[in-house]
Ligand binder design. Structure first.
Ligand SMILES: O=C(CO)[C@H](O)[C@H](O)COP(=O)(O)O
Length: 264
């Protein structure tokens, strides 16, 4: 088996394990992430549906055009977040659980997302969920963000502001929060289309390299303050569990390190 096949197999194993644990027949509203690992999440959902093991009224909230297409192709029912009834606790977290991929995950399960430029909807859906579960292959599993992922932090920006936002992000100084003396931002270019990537929301994406990120919440908050920034691809403190598939066929499940210590 080639290396790409092994990585796909690892992603599939993690996706199947997460669905098996979290998408029980009592789950009524499910958030569905975006990316190549999520393809396997939906593959497993289709199997469970065929076996009659899903809630008969299950609806799936997509996080992108791709995610919506996968849901429909699998015979599952898509739902818009705004159309879901409010829950009793006033937090408006009507989604039971969301399963999504990631570009990198640190020891506390802070996550970099947006490799597929879907992080705005992914974060909105994650924030409306009672649990966010991450799936991926073991290359995503890091101690500190930036240890492995060299693609930078995706930042969705309004097209009219991309140059000013880029300049202001590159001037961010947060002593101790990240490794580089100054962040470096690049406008993401499209493949097989001249010009920049345009997100599902009609915006552009800056990929911002900070080096290793020691304080993800501080970086996330600071970048969000730049005018024109729509969303930052750092998800701090949102994920409760991550599943990583290894190329040897084994799977690892992690919870935030601080929570694991409390249980020791
Ligand atoms: O954040 C994402 C899309 O915006 C993806 O979940 C992330 O890029 C991981 O993708 P893949 O499962 O293809 O490795």
């Amino acid at each position: 088996m080639g290396s790409a096949d092994l990585v796909a197999q690892a992603k599939r194993a993690a996706a199947f394990a997460a669905v098996n644990k979290h998408v029980t027949p009592d789950v009524r509203v499910l958030g569905v992430g975006t990316g190549s690992t999520v393809v396997f999440v939906v593959e497993r959902l289709a199997e469970l549906r065929a076996q009659g093991q899903l809630h008969p009224e299950l609806v799936c909230v997509p996080t992108s055009f791709q995610s919506s297409q996968l849901i429909v192709a699998a015979g599952l029912r898509p739902a818009e977040l705004n159309d879901l009834p409010a829950d009793g606790d006033g937090l408006h977290a009507p989604i039971d659980v969301t399963i999504d991929g990631a570009d990198e995950v640190d020891a506390e399960l802070n996550v970099i997302k947006g490799g597929g430029a879907a992080h705005l909807r992914e974060k909105v859906v994650a924030a409306a969920s009672r649990a966010l579960v991450i799936v991926g292959d073991s290359t995503k599993d890091a101690r500190v963000l930036g240890d492995k992922w060299a693609g930078g932090v995706p930042v969705e920006v309004a097209p009219l502001a991309w140059r000013t936002a880029k300049a202001q992000i590159e001037r961010i100084a947060l002593p101790g929060a990240f490794e580089l003396a100054a962040p470096a931002a690049t406008l993401r270019q499209a493949v097989r289309k001249a010009g920049p990537v345009v997100t599902d929301n009609g915006n552009f994406v800056l990929d911002v390299c900070f080096g290793r990120i020691h304080d993800p919440p501080a970086v996330e908050r600071r970048v969000m303050m730049v005018p024109g920034v729509v969303e930052v691809g750092i998800f701090s403190g949102m994920a409760c569990e991550a599943w990583f598939g290894n190329e040897d066929g084994t799977i690892a499940c992690r919870i935030p390190q601080s929570m694991a210590k409390k249980h020791e």
